[in-house]
Design a protein around this ligand. Structure first.
Ligand code: HEC
Ligand code: HEC
Ligand code: HEC
Ligand code: HEC
Ligand code: HEC
Length: 397
C-alpha cells in the first residue's frame, strides 16, 4: 500500500513537477538584452511584470509576510510558493517539512532554498527569459496547475518568439504559436485560477474571458506597428523592419488608462435610480487580483446646489477559517462578486433623494479596498488613490 502511494506521489510529481533549467549568465538579466533591444527593455522596466516580486511591490510583499505570519509557515516557503507565477525562474519550486524544521531551528542558512531566493537571477521577476524561454505550454494539464508547473523551458540561450525567420548572433531563436497566433495561452499560464490556500478560487480570468476580435496582446501590448525588433543592422547594413508591439503591459496600475473603460447608463423608475455599469472589455472589471474596488459616488442636486451625497463600494470581502475578515489568499469564503462581467452589465438600484432635481454619478477604480489596506497596513499612496473612470447626470422626475 505504502509502495503504491509512494509510486503515485512520484508519478504525480514527475508529471506536474516543474523542471528547472538554469539560465546562463549571458541571458539572465534584461541588462544583457539592451545592446540590441533597448526600446523593449525600457518598456518592460515600466511594466508591472518587472515589479512582480518581493523587493519591488509593497502590496505583494505585505501579502507574502501576512500569509507567512498567519499560516506559521516560514517566509521563504511562502516566497517559493508565490514564485510559481511571480518569479518563475527560481531554482527551487517546492519546499517540504524538512525545510520548515530547518528554518525553525535556524539551520536553513546556506540551504538550497535560501540560495535560490538570494540568487540574482530572480531579481527581475517576470523578465525576458520567463516569457521568451517558454518552450511548451501544457494547456492539457489540470486547470489548477499554473505558472512554472504549466510550462517547460527552452535550453538556456534559445528565445521563443513571434517570428519564424529571425536570426540573431547573440542567441538562438525559435518561433512559437503562443507568441503570435495563440498568445492568450501564454497569459493564462499565470492569469488564471488564482487560489487561496484553502482552495477558494478568487480570480480566474480564463473562465470569465469572452473572446472577441482582440486578444490580450492587442490591448495590453498595443496594436502592431512597423518598427524594429532589434537595432542590430542585420538587413543589408540596416536594422530589419518588423511588425512589433510594446512591452508596457499597461493595466490597472496606470491611472491614465482608466478613462472610459466602463460606461454608465442612468434611468429612473418611480422613486429609484437604476445605475447600469456596462463593461465592453472581454474580462471582468475589476478582474485579476481580489480586493480591487469600483466606487460609485452620487451627488444629489437641487438646481446647482449639492443637497446630499452617497458612496457605494463594489468589491469582494474575504472571510478566514475563524470567521474573521482576511485577505483573498487566506479566505475560505467570499462575499458576492461585485465586478462587472465581461461584455456584461451590473445594475445597482438606489433610492432617489427627496427634493433633488438631478443626480450626478461618478465612477472610480481603486487597487485595494479599505479592509485589505488596513489589514496589511499598506503605506504607498497608489493603493488608496481613486482613479476616475466616467460620470453621468440624470434629471429627476
Ligand atoms: C509577459 C511576457 C513577456 C515578457 C516578460 C517579455 N516579452 Fe517579449 N514578447 C512577448 C509577446 C507575447 C510577444 C509577441 C507580440 C506579438 O507580436 O504579438 C513579444 C515580442 C518580443 C519581440 C519581437 C518584437 C516585438 O517587440 O514584438 C522581442 C525582440 C522581444 N519580445 C524581446 C523581449 C525582451 C528583450 C524582454 C525583456 C526586457 C521581453 N521581450 C519581455 C511577451 C513577453
Ligand atoms: C547582439 C544583439 C542582440 C542581443 C544582445 C540580444 N538579441 Fe535578441 N535578437 C537579436 C536579433 C538581431 C534578432 C532578430 C531580429 C529580427 O529578425 O528582426 C533578435 C530577436 C529576438 C527575439 C525574437 C525571436 C523570434 O523568433 O521572434 C527575441 C524574443 C529576443 N531576441 C530576445 C532577446 C533577449 C531576451 C535578449 C537578452 C537576454 C536578447 N534577445 C539579446 C539580437 C540580439
Ligand atoms: C509567468 C506568469 C505571467 C505570465 C506568463 C503573464 N503574466 Fe501578466 N502578470 C503576472 C503577475 C504575477 C502580475 C502582477 C505583478 C505584481 O505583483 O506586481 C502581472 C501583471 C500584469 C498586468 C498588469 C495588471 C495591473 O493590474 O496593472 C497586465 C496588464 C498583464 N500582466 C498582462 C499580461 C499579458 C497580456 C500576458 C500574456 C502576453 C501576461 N500578462 C503574461 C504574471 C504573468
Ligand atoms: C479589448 C481590450 C482588452 C482585451 C482583449 C484584454 N484586456 Fe485586460 N484590460 C483592458 C482594460 C481596458 C483594462 C482596465 C485597465 C486599463 O485600462 O488598462 C484591463 C485590465 C486588465 C488587468 C487588470 C485587472 C484588475 O482589475 O486588476 C489585467 C491583469 C488584464 N487586463 C489582463 C488581460 C489578459 C490576460 C487578457 C487576455 C486573456 C486581457 N487582459 C484582454 C482591456 C482588455
Ligand atoms: C496562479 C499564479 C499566481 C500565483 C501562484 C500567485 N499569484 Fe499573485 N498574482 C498573479 C497575477 C496574474 C496577478 C496580477 C493580477 C492583476 O493585477 O490583475 C497577481 C497579483 C498579485 C497581487 C497584487 C499586486 C499589485 O501590485 O496589485 C498580490 C498582492 C499577489 N498577487 C500576492 C500573491 C501571493 C502572496 C502569492 C503566494 C501566496 C501569490 N500572489 C501567488 C498570479 C499568481
Amino acid at each position: 500500500m505504502v509502495k503504491i502511494f509512494l509510486l503515485l506521489v512520484f508519478t504525480l510529481s514527475y508529471i506536474y513537477g516543474a523542471k528547472v533549467v538554469e539560465v546562463g549568465v549571458k541571458y539572465q538579466s534584461s541588462e544583457k538584452c539592451k545592446a540590441c533591444h533597448m526600446r523593449i527593455v525600457k518598456e518592460w522596466e515600466e511594466s508591472l511584470h518587472s515589479k512582480s516580486h518581493y523587493k519591488n511591490d509593497e502590496y505583494f510583499r505585505a501579502t507574502t509576510d501576512y500569509v507567512s505570519r498567519k499560516t506559521r509557515k516560514s517566509l521563504n516557503s511562502v516566497k517559493v510558493e508565490c514564485a510559481t507565477c511571480h518569479n518563475p525562474r527560481i531554482s527551487v519550486t517546492t519546499t517540504g517539512m524538512d525545510y520548515e524544521i530547518m528554518s525553525v531551528m535556524g539551520l536553513d542558512k546556506g540551504s538550497k532554498v535560501n540560495e535560490a531566493l538570494k540568487s540574482s537571477s530572480i531579481d527581475e521577476g517576470i523578465n525576458c527569459v520567463v516569457c521568451h524561454n517558454i518552450d511548451k505550454i501544457h494547456a492539457d494539464r489540470d486547470e489548477s496547475v499554473r505558472g512554472i508547473n504549466r510550462i517547460s523551458w527552452t535550453k538556456s540561450g534559445t528565445m521563443s518568439g513571434p517570428y519564424d525567420d529571425a536570426k540573431s548572433p547573440y542567441h538562438k531563436v525559435e518561433h512559437r504559436d503562443f507568441m503570435d497566433q495563440n498568445s492568450e495561452q501564454l497569459c493564462f499560464v499565470c492569469h488564471a485560477n488564482n487560489k487561496a490556500k484553502e482552495g477558494l478560487v478568487f480570480t480566474n480570468m480564463q473562465k470569465e474571458y469572452q473572446k472577441s476580435d482582440k486578444s490580450c496582446v492587442d490591448c495590453h501590448m498595443g496594436a502592431k506597428k512597423l518598427s524594429y525588433a532589434a537595432t542590430l543592422p542585420i538587413d543589408h547594413g540596416k536594422p530589419k523592419k518588423r511588425e512589433i508591439r510594446t512591452h508596457g503591459f499597461i493595466g490597472a496600475h496606470t491611472s491614465g488608462m482608466w478613462k472610459d473603460v466602463l460606461k454608465l447608463e442612468l434611468t429612473q423608475t418611480g422613486n429609484d435610480i437604476l445605475i447600469n455599469i456596462l463593461n465592453p472589455q472581454p474580462h471582468n472589471i475589476p478582474s485579476g487580483f481580489g480586493s480591487r474596488e469600483l466606487i460609485i459616488e452620487l451627488s444629489y442636486k437641487n438646481n446647482k446646489n449639492n443637497i446630499a451625497t452617497k458612496t457605494i463600494s463594489l468589491t469582494q470581502l474575504f472571510t478566514s477559517k475563524r470567521g474573521k475578515p482576511t485577505i483573498a489568499h487566506l479566505a475560505i469564503s467570499a462575499s458576492a462578486d461585485m465586478s462587472v462581467p465581461a461584455h456584461g452589465v451590473k445594475t445597482i438600484k438606489v433610492p432617489k433623494e427627496d427634493g433633488a432635481s438631478s443626480v450626478e454619478v461618478e465612477l472610480y477604480y481603486r487597487l485595494v479596498n479599505d479592509e485589505v489596506r488596513s489589514i496589511l497596513e499598506l503605506k504607498e499612496a497608489i493603493w488608496s488613490e481613486k482613479t476616475f473612470i466616467t460620470s453621468k447626470s440624470l434629471q429627476l422626475k
